[in-house]
Design a protein around this ligand. Sequence first.
Ligand SMILES: *Cc1c(COP(=O)(O)O)cnc(C)c1O
Length: 376
Amino acid sequence: MDKLIPVTQPYLPPLEEFVPYLEAIWDSKTVTNGGQFHARLERELCEYLGVEFLSLFSNGTLALITALQAMKITGEVITTPFSFVATTHALHWNGIRPVFADIDPVTMNLDPKKIEAAITPQTTAILPVHVYGSPCEVEEIERIADTYGLRVLYDAAHAFGVRKHGRSVLEFGDMSVLSFHGTKIFNTFEGGAIISRDAKTKRRIDHLKNFGFVDEVTVVAPGINGKMNEVQAAFGLLQLQHMEKIQAERSRVDERYREALAGVDGLVLPTTPDGCTRNHSYFPVRITRDFPIGRDALYDELRARNIAARRYFYPLISEFPTYRGLPSAGRSNLPVASEIAEQVLCLPIYPALTPADQDRIIDLVMTFARQQQYAS
Ligand SMILES: *Cc1c(COP(=O)(O)O)cnc(C)c1O
C-alpha cells in the first residue's frame, strides 16, 4: 500500500528549537493564567495579523462561544450551513436559535441577499464564515448589519493572515474568531483567539475566559475556562517564526494543482475574490456533472490509494439531527449549499507534501478526467 497522504498535516519546527521555550517555562514556574509567552504571543499575533486587540483561547470553539457571550447575543442568529459544526454549536451552547441562509455558488460564503431575506424581529446578529479562507462580502454584510441594527461575528477559523484591499479581513464585523487547531495553517496544537475592536471589549473577553474574574475577589460574569497555557503560547511564538516558509510551501502546492488541473472539464478550482490575498489553507475543488465520475466515486478511488482527500463540508450542518428540524434547515431553503456539499472535495495541501506525493493525487484525478476526453 502506498504511504498515507492526509488532507493536512501540522508544520512542526525542529524539536531542538522548542527546548529553550520549555526551559524558560520550567524556570519561571508559570504554566498558565497569562505568563510571559501568552503576553508575547498576543502582541506578536497583533503585529503579524495587523489587528489591535486579540485575546488568546484554548480553542476556537470556546472563543466562538465566549464572543457570543461578550456581545450578549440572544434570539436568532443568521448563519451558514456550509461550515464545520462548531460554528452552529457555538450558537446552540448559548441558547441561540440558528437560522440557516443559503450560500453564494462562487465564494461558497453566506449570500448577502439571503441574509437580508432571513431577518425577523428576533434576529440579533449574523455569524458568517470566511470559508476556506476566502473572504465574505464584508462591505455588503456591514451595510445589512448597520441597516437592521445587527451585530456581526465572523468565524474566521480559516482566514489566518488573509487581507482584503491591504486590510486584515479580521478587522471587519464586531468580532472575529480564529482557530489554532492542529489542522489549521497556524497552530498551537489546540488554540484560538477573539479579535475585538477596542480595549474595553478585550478586557471583558479576558475576564470571561477566566471564569469572570477581575481580581482575586471579584467575579463579574459567569465566565468559562478558555485560557491558553504557556506551552501552547510558546509553540505559537515558535511557529510564527516559520510562517513565511509555511506559506511559501503551501503556495507551491496550490500552484502545482492549478497548473495540472486548469481547464479540466467538470473540475472547478478555487477562486479568490477581487483584492483579496489567499492563505492556501485548503484546496477545495468542485466535481460537477461534466466530470466523468461523481465526487463520491473520486473520493473512494483516492481513499483506495491511501489519499485522504476530505469532503469538507459534507454533510451540511443543517443535515445533522440536532439542527435538521429547524424551519431554515430544509434543502428547499438551501439549494446552493446542498448542491455544493455534494460536489466539493478538498485535496491534500500542507508544507511537507512533496511534488512526488502530489503527483500521485494529480495523476489519479487526470486518469479519470482523460476518460471523458476519449468519450467525447
Ligand atoms: C476549526 C474550526 C472551528 C473550531 O475550532 P477549534 O479550534 O477546533 O475549536 C470553528 N469553525 C470552523 C469553520 C473551523 O474550521
